[in-house]
Design a protein around this ligand. Structure first.
Ligand code: NAP
Length: 160
């Protein structure tokens, strides 16, 4: 199967590309660095030729709501214009995929110098504004039941 990964060069997308390859399928990366702009649509039609499925792991670096909304409205709109999924029956919201544990970011970061044998103080600073409020209320944790990974952060860190 030919599977396009929007944002396939990013932190999440590159793992998706690896998984697609490992499963014996043919990944197609959609990113500006390979000549595809998801906002303008440039290069998208050619890149999607023969593609059966699209995984969207694209992202924009911003804490501004309007900028994020503009980006995802444009990119998702462009992808859906082309993808067969757009004309299929709605699938509804798929369950959240998440890890097995919930941590404060500072507690995770503290484990890194500890593993390296370094003594460093890690101070927790709460982000101001809506983004900070959302993060403090667990916006990055799974909101719905769904598949949970088994690997803990400690076991991942031990393998680095
Ligand atoms: N990273 C995490 O820890 C994490 C955790 C939870 C959820 N997520 C979610 O996962 C998604 C991906 O996040 P990420 O951290 O992997 O993002 P990322 O590393 O910043 O990667 C963003 C990807 O989007 C591509 N991209 C950006 N603008 C583009 C454009 N105009 N046209 C085409 N491609 C474009 C980038 O490639 P080019 O620069 O080459 O265009 C890159 O491949 C986001 O929805 C994020 O909220 C991430």
């Amino acid at each position: 199967m030919r599977i396009a990964v929007a944002g396939g060069t990013g932190v999440v997308g590159s793992h998706a590309v690896d998984s697609v390859q490992a499963a014996g399928h043919d990944p197609v990366v959609l990113a500006r660095s390979v000549g595809v702009n998801l906002v303008s649509g440039a290069g998208l039609a050619d890149a999607l030729a023969g593609v059966d499925v699209v995984i969207d792991a694209s992202n924009v670096e911003t804490a501004r709501r309007t900028k994020a909304e503009e980006f995802f409205t444009a990119t998702t709109g462009n992808l859906l214009s082309y993808v067969e999924l757009a004309v299929a029956d709605p699938a509804g919201r798929v369950p959240d995929l998440a890890g097995p544990e919930v941590f404060d970011m500072a507690d995770l970061v503290r484990q890194v110098p500890r593993k390296r044998g370094e003594k460093r103080a890690v101070l927790q600073v709460r982000l101001p504004g809506r983004v900070g409020h959302g993060l403090a209320r667990g916006a990055l944790t799974a909101a719905t039941p769904g598949p949970r990974g088994a690997r803990t952060f400690a076991s991942w860190l031990a393998a680095q």
